[in-house]
Write a new protein. Structure first.
Length: 424
């Protein structure tokens, strides 16, 4: 996607600090992070989804909180807007220890790109469609890859979870990642709150007098604050996948790691094998599954296409529209999206090319960008189907045809990329 094509369809974000971020290329083909005020097809899918919920009275009473002046204790970490919450939180944690990895490098080194269509796992009663690895996997992978010792903990007691958080921030003076539910996050626009217990934030301080916490939320354009009461609510959010106050942090890092990961003078000898291993793992994750296991990787994209062709016949027109809306929401809203993650991976390959000297990786950056554009086009045309616009000639079969072409394109891409990196 070109920078000038990044959508700016401001609607629900007005008055809030929450914004989208996407990676797009300039006229010279170089990736940049570009802020977006929203995209109409995504907004339309969200509106249709909201119509299916039975919480309109509760949602009407939700208030949007904007960041307030903060005067409490705060660790020195600069805020960076990111395309995806887990990438951004991991980047913040690493940055505190002097490891300045960009969001694309975090995502690429953790082999975050993936696809899954899981009919046996439900979100809101509908199958889960994922365009990246599952929550929590990125942190585990990248810390293991870099030799970093880390910890993850859940709690039965809310008070114990908050005492542990305070201990780490105020006594050990280190940042903490927390997994929270979005539905009751007060600085999110009410229309963008839904029962998704997989959002990541980074806690970096506490104002003990006002009982507020300082937060780096990668989906926000600036630092935000949250009350202790609200932080407990979102850490122990209700839903199908209870969080139990899940939090994670870095315990120690190898002494020479920050120097070896400097962005201005990268240690090519150290970084190059990590990049190659991460790329091989991503290619394997996307293409190695046998045909009899249809749910994940490029098989999963074709599996979704097959199911999509039968939705209207098996589920009825209304249910088929809701299923399609769910796919678009997973594609464009929950977890940055299929197109968005392909663009992030393109930015990773481009940066990896620059930092390792493997020029060929930049060619693959261009190819995955084109695939991301295919996903974006699918989202646009799918919005015409579920909105039933006048003059719309697209059908579920047309959308399924697009998915099959995307599956073929991704299979060819990852097999070619795997063969390319094997020579190194």
């Amino acid at each position: 996607m070109k920078k000038e094509d990044v959508p700016q369809d401001l609607k629900y974000y007005k008055g809030s600090v929450i914004r989208d971020l996407t990676y797009a290329v300039d006229d010279e083909g170089h990736y940049e992070a570009v802020r977006s005020d929203g995209w109409a097809p995504k907004t339309e899918a969200l509106e249709m989804f909201l119509d299916t919920l039975d919480d309109h009275d509760v949602r009407d009473k939700m208030e949007l909180e904007v960041p307030t002046d903060y005067s409490g204790y705060e660790l020195k970490i600069n805020h960076k807007h990111a395309a995806h919450c887990e990438n951004g939180t991991i980047s913040s944690l690493l940055r505190f220890y002097g490891i300045n990895l960009s969001e694309p490098m975090v995502f690429g080194l953790a082999s975050g790109l993936f696809f899954a269509h899981l009919t046996f796992v439900k979100m809101g009663g509908m199958p889960v469609t994922a365009f990246r690895t599952f929550p929590g996997v990125l942190f585990k992978r990248i810390t293991k890859l870099l030799g970093i010792k880390s910890a993850t903990q859940r709690f039965l007691s809310k008070e114990k979870s908050m005492r542990k958080l305070d201990q780490l921030i105020l006594e050990e003076k280190i940042p903490v990642g927390c997994v929270v539910g979005i539905y009751e996050l007060p600085y999110y626009p009410p229309e963008n709150r839904f029962r998704f217990n997989g959002h990541n934030i980074c806690i970096i301080g506490k104002d003990e007098e006002n009982d507020e916490y300082r937060v780096l939320d990668s989906n926000a354009t600036e630092k935000v604050t949250i009350s202790r009461e609200n932080l407990i609510k979102v850490r122990f959010a209700k839903g199908a996948y209870p969080l139990m106050g899940q939090m994670y942090w870095i315990k120690s890092i190898p002494k020479d790691l920050p120097e070896r990961m400097r962005t201005d003078k990268p240690d090519v000898e150290f970084l190059k094998p990590l990049v190659l291993k991460a790329i091989r793992d991503t290619c394997k994750n996307m293409t190695s599954q046998p045909k009899w296991f249809p749910y994940v990787g490029v098989n999963g994209i074709r599996y979704l296409a097959r199911r999509m062709r039968t939705w209207e016949q098996k589920e009825g027109r209304r249910r088929a529209r809701i299923y399609l809306v769910q796919v678009i929401r997973m594609l464009e809203e929950i977890g940055t999206g299929g197109a968005g993650f392909r663009f992030v991976y393109g930015a990773f390959l481009q940066e990896a090319s620059e930092r390792t000297g493997i020029a060929e990786l930049n060619d693959y950056s261009i190819r995955i960008t084109e695939i991301g554009d295919m996903w974006r086009d699918f989202g646009y045309k799918a919005s015409k189907v579920f909105k039933r616009r006048a003059g719309n000639n697209y059908t579920y079969d047309d959308l399924a045809d697009m998915l099959e072409k995307i599956s073929d394109a991704e299979r060819a891409f990852f097999l070619d990329l795997k063969n390319a990196v094997e020579q190194y």
